[in-house]
Write a protein that binds this ligand. Structure first.
Ligand code: GDP
Length: 440
């Protein structure tokens, strides 16, 4: 996420390092590099210029040069300004109304349907709501099917009228259906086109007027850079929408859309999409994003994600197994699954302060556990329960079955062994001694 921008900003601040005394010239050079970094990230020229002007004014106002650590203060000023640029405070969505109606707008391919599903899933699992998804794309039968597939995967009902060619009617009927059947959220997915055209705009304006949604959200692909900003402007002129959803932030987007949209349409970014899976949705926190862009990590989000995945019941079961010496490869697999639910590895590494810089040149696979899972899946149930059974012959079979090398199987066995030993040490009576030795 925003790797290039982070990299360039880091280089900009490097100008200040290694200078015994920081001068106005160094600061000006740094800010010039900051501006260049923003332009390279596809931020509009005027926004980038205003950005550095404001940082410079603040730097002068706070007498940066006379402070003890001018470099750090300048980084802080840039961080504050980045936060402000992306919207300042976090913006929630309005869920008042029975039902609360949310209208999705945006171009075809922006990720509207996927996001509609993600939002329904989020509201259902995290906010205890009962959402109804509505398919209002009357042009592409495939789009209706796609929403049904999404709805099925998350256990959310999808309302559609495949024969009806009037999206206003479909949306209105859906709201009636929701009221009659106890749904408290209605998410209306609309038709998109490849580019802004009048017919599409008229249609969504009519739907908008007829159903008076509590929230109108504009979905945009962050990979489209400056175009994203122009499309946002066109939709905002017609709909005066309430918030922006930035999708595909997991790709190698340059970040320009995230950094420019707020200043152009003056509407907050409310959520971001960070993958194709239904769980890949994040509330957008401008300050946390600014910290990530500057390589400061995002520990708060990391801890939140870990907490979300933490299952007390499972943890207790696991403890018992370890105590009874029954920790096997199936449990190991469960642990991996838990970590995976927290997000993809690259994303997680980006949340650890300094880690994305340190691991810049390390190729992190999207699915870093692929081989481990394949190896475990090639073991028989009894082997998973009693790893001690796995001899050389079995290892060869497992390697063949999982398409890995015997060294990889050996390595996993060793890791597993070390992990089991460590867990036992922490758990058993010895663990208590260990704690005592450590002064606990
Ligand atoms: P729509 O035409 O606006 O409804 O767009 P879709 O929801 O069909 O999404 C278009 C494509 O983008 C699909 O292949 C999605 O899987 C993909 N997509 C949507 N959101 C994300 C995201 O946050 N990250 C990634 N990597 N892909 C996404």
């Amino acid at each position: 996420m925003f790797d290039n921008l982070s990299d360039k900003l880091d280089k900009a601040f490097h100008i200040l390092k290694g200078h015994g005394k920081i001068t106005e010239v160094n600061v000006a050079d740094t800010l010039k590099e900051v501006r260049r970094a923003l332009l390279d990230a596809d931020v509009n020229f005027k926004i980038a210029k205003d950005f550095t002007t404001r940082v410079k004014e603040k730097a002068i106002g706070q007498d940066v040069l006379t402070t003890l650590q001018p470099g750090q203060l300048l980084v802080k000023l840039v961080k504050d300004e980045l936060t402000e640029l992306m919207g300042g405070d976090v913006a929630g969505i309005n869920l008042q109304g029975t039902p609360s109606v949310i209208l999705m707008s945006g171009l075809q391919g922006s990720g509207k349907t996927t996001f509609s599903g993600k939002l329904a899933n989020y509201l259902q699992t995290k906010k205890n709501k009962k959402p109804l998804l509505v398919a209002c794309d009357i042009y592409r039968p495939a789009a209706i099917n796609q929403l049904h597939v999404v709805g099925d995967s998350i256990g959310v009902e999808v309302y559609s009228e495949p024969e009806n060619k009037n999206p206003v009617e479909i949306a209105q009927n859906a709201i009636k259906h929701a009221k009659a059947n106890g749904f408290n959220i209605v998410i209306v997915d609309t038709a998109g086109r490849l580019a802004v055209d009048k017919e599409m705009m008229d249609e969504i304006a009519r739907v908008h007027k007829a159903i008076q949604p509590q929230e109108t959200l504009f979905v945009v692909d962050s990979m489209t850079g400056q175009d994203a900003v122009n499309t946002a402007k066109a939709f905002n002129d017609i709909l005066n929408f309430d918030g922006v959803i930035l999708t595909k932030l997991d790709g190698d987007t340059r970040g320009g859309a995230a950094l420019s949209i707020k200043s152009v349409v003056n509407k907050p970014i409310k959520f971001v999409g960070t993958g194709e899976k239904m769980e890949a949705i994040d509330v957008f926190y401008p300050d946390r994003m600014a910290e990530r862009i500057l390589g400061m990590g995002d520990v708060i989000s990391l801890v939140e994600r870990a907490q979300e995945q933490f299952d007390e019941e499972e943890a207790r079961k696991l403890q018992k197994k370890i105590a009874k010496n029954e920790f096997g490869f199936d449990d190991f697999l469960t642990q991996i699954q838990q970590v995976k639910k927290m997000g993809n590895m690259k994303d997680l590494v980006g949340m650890i302060p300094g880690a994305s810089k340190a691991m810049k040149d390390v190729e992190i696979e999207d699915d870093a556990f692929k081989h481990i899972e394949a190896i475990i899946h090639s073991m028989t149930p009894i082997e998973r329960k009693k790893p001690a059974l796995i001899d050389v012959k079995r290892k060869a079979r497992i390697a063949k079955g999982s398409g890995t090398k015997i060294e990889q199987v050996n390595q996993l066995m060793k890791q597993f062994d070390q992990m089991s030993k460590m867990m036992k040490m922490m758990q058993g009576p010895g663990g208590k001694n260990l704690m005592k030795m450590m002064g606990g």
